[in-house]
Design a binder for this molecule. Sequence first.
Ligand code: PLP
Length: 273
Amino acid sequence: SGRTGPAAPPPRAMTIAGSDSGGGAGIQADLKTFNALRVFGTSAITALTAQNTEGVRDVHLVPPEMVAAQIDAVLDDIGTDAAKTGMLGTTAIVEAVAERIRYWRDRLGPFPLVVDPVMIAKSGAPLLDEPARDAVRRLLLPLATVLTPNRHEAEELSGIPVRSLDDARRAARALHALGARWAVVKGGHVAEDAAEAVDVVYDGREWHLLRAPRIVTRSTHGTGCTFSAAITAYLARGYPVLRALQEAKAYITEAIRRAPAIGRGHGPTCSFY
Ligand code: PLP
């Protein structure tokens, strides 16, 4: 008697991203966030980084065929209700990921995809090489249900300098025109003296704002990863996109507020409350 059958299947989310050995960003942040939001997490690892809160010491890229093999192994058996991409490293990996996403959306149905166009770590380490930016623009933006660039990434992808909320609106519209269904230009690095961190969202019809108090702290390592993972988790749970964005904004704000004192550098956000 205490034994029962298997529980009902939980929502599933997959992350396609790089490993952060320090546990604050990348695959580790994504899986912790999926777990905290009660979604079953799976992963396809694109790169290993030797990393801690002080920075990236080394990077080892995974061969594109092995990235594709991980995606295939997961989706062939477990499936997914949503997926996200993070660090992709090179053009060849971007191409492999875009190709597998298109293939599996044809077979499984068009699951939502969150594209976090990770380019450079806070510590300055490149996480996407220069030529691969064009591959992200051409191949991945058209597949994105939600695109979550920071200020720098929005500028690189749209060609529009972002110094104000109005610039962010223009960039979001340009990124939508490049194929992202929902473009979210994050405000963490825009108007840094303002009391609020305001993200600008464009869905092809209108602009929305995601507002939260700006929390002044050094513990922001993995903020972008955690935010995009939270969006992915809420989409996996079936929330409409705008509501998923609003819930994820509240989640990341609280995760920054509760950041634990870990390491000597930029500590991680907290994804376990
Ligand atoms: N390392 C990996 C593997 C990542 O995917 C990311 C994501 O942005 C980072 C590092 C960046 O971390 P940070 O928040 O310190 O810029």
